[in-house]
Write a protein that binds this ligand. Structure first.
Ligand code: HEC
Ligand code: HEC
Length: 318
């Protein structure tokens, strides 16, 4: 490109060109604004100062993998210190909660507003980390995973019952004290025929008024129930918490309430498993979780009763 072209002045804008040209488009020689340049230089100067004082440059692993800077600053060390402070703070609360629960039971926790709040907060966070995957974020449960907010308990709803269940799990082989029972798989193990299962399912569903009584249910179904099922689910269907056998006469169903679902569960025999948490969580966290599960149900009951208007709506709906 020729020298004189470089000096060329753009006729339209009156600005000189740099001499660079692409496809007939020429670049105008507009210098950067001063203020912009000075800020640019200032950021470069700042970065040099920063690199001297703060960790900035990669270094061999022996030096932590980076330079430390004159200020010897370490975000990681700061976090470790903050965590240790928090641990100390929460540690005291955890210890107090454990002592109160061990000596005075759940009443001692409920009567101390500060402990109560701590138990609910610590329990909520541990629940989200460990339990929500199976029991749902709000503890509302899914098919096969019980709702923990209602007042219907498979294995007992006292604070100590709940704590035992969480500690030792349900049907968890490696825990000697785990909750255990096993309903037979009546169909798969050929203890009952298809027709007999349909009849006893009909009978079970009439216990809670889910369906109108059927002929087969009233005769064959009732007979089979008395002979095979009442030892665990009781003659009136009210269940047995010492065996984890659900109440069959209420409207709460762990495995679903449709005739197909009830027949299926009698056919294959349910076998719900929950881990023993004492293998993974410390005793204080388990206590906080048990308090959380126990108290939350009660608390939600209270707030529902307080909302009088809401109650009227449900009353009217019945
Ligand atoms: C891998 C899934 C799973 C996880 C995770 C889990 N659970 Fe469970 N949990 C179950 C199942 C399944 C049952 C029902 C067992 C049965 O059928 O008897 C259950 C039952 C319970 C019960 C007894 C309910 C009753 O009606 O008696 C409590 C209490 C409970 N879980 C609390 C917890 C807590 C607290 C955590 C977190 C530390 C947790 N669970 C984590 C699967 C799980
Ligand atoms: C050895 C005790 C035992 C016997 C006998 C037994 N069950 Fe069960 N049953 C259980 C247990 C325990 C569960 C809950 C298992 C679980 O949570 O995984 C259950 C669950 C059920 C459920 C599911 C309830 C729900 O809420 O979804 C039905 C339905 C049921 N049984 C019906 C029967 C019928 C019908 C018979 C007789 C033919 C019978 N059971 C015999 C222990 C027993």
């Amino acid at each position: 490109m020729a020298e004189e072209e470089h000096r060329e002045v753009d006729a339209y804008s009156g600005v000189g060109t740099t001499g660079h040209e692409w496809d007939g488009i020429k670049e105008l020689d507009n210098p950067l604004p001063r203020w912009w340049l000075w800020i640019f230089y200032a950021t470069i100067a700042w970065s040099v100062v920063y690199m001297i004082f703060m960790p900035a440059l990669p270094a061999p692993p022996g030096m932590d993998g980076h330079t430390r800077g004159l200020r010897n600053h370490s975000e990681r060390a700061n976090v470790a210190v903050a965590m240790a402070e928090l641990e100390a703070l929460r540690g005291a609360d955890f210890a107090r909660l454990q002592a109160a629960a061990d000596s005075g039971g759940i009443d001692a926790v409920e009567n101390d507003a500060q402990l109560l709040n701590f138990a609910l907060a610590a329990g909520d966070s541990a629940f989200g980390d460990n339990c929500a995957t199976c029991h749902g974020a709000g503890g509302q449960g899914f098919v096969g995973y019980p709702n923990l907010n209602d007042d219907d308990w498979l294995w007992g709803g006292s604070f100590d019952d709940i704590r035992h269940t969480i500690r030792h799990g349900v049907r968890w082989d490696t825990d000697f004290d785990t909750r255990f029972s096993q309903m037979p798989a009546y169909g798969r193990d050929e203890l009952l025929s298809r027709d007999e299962i349909a009849a006893v399912a009909d009978y079970v569903l009439t216990l809670s008024g889910m369906i109108e009584p059927t002929e087969a249910g009233r005769t064959t179904g009732a007979e089979i129930y008395d002979a095979q099922c009442s030892i665990c689910h009781m003659a009136d269907g009210s269940g047995d918490q010492s065996q984890g056998a659900p109440n069959l006469s209420d409207a709460i169903w762990l495995y679903g309430s449709s005739p197909e679902q009830v027949r299926d569960i009698i056919w294959r025999g349910p076998y719900g498993v929950m881990p023993a948490w004492q293998e993974r969580l410390d005793e204080q966290t388990i206590t906080a979780l048990a308090a959380y599960v126990y108290l939350r149900g009660a608390r939600e009951g209270e707030s529902f009763a307080e909302a009088g208007a809401q109650e009227d709506v449900t009353e009217a709906g019945r």
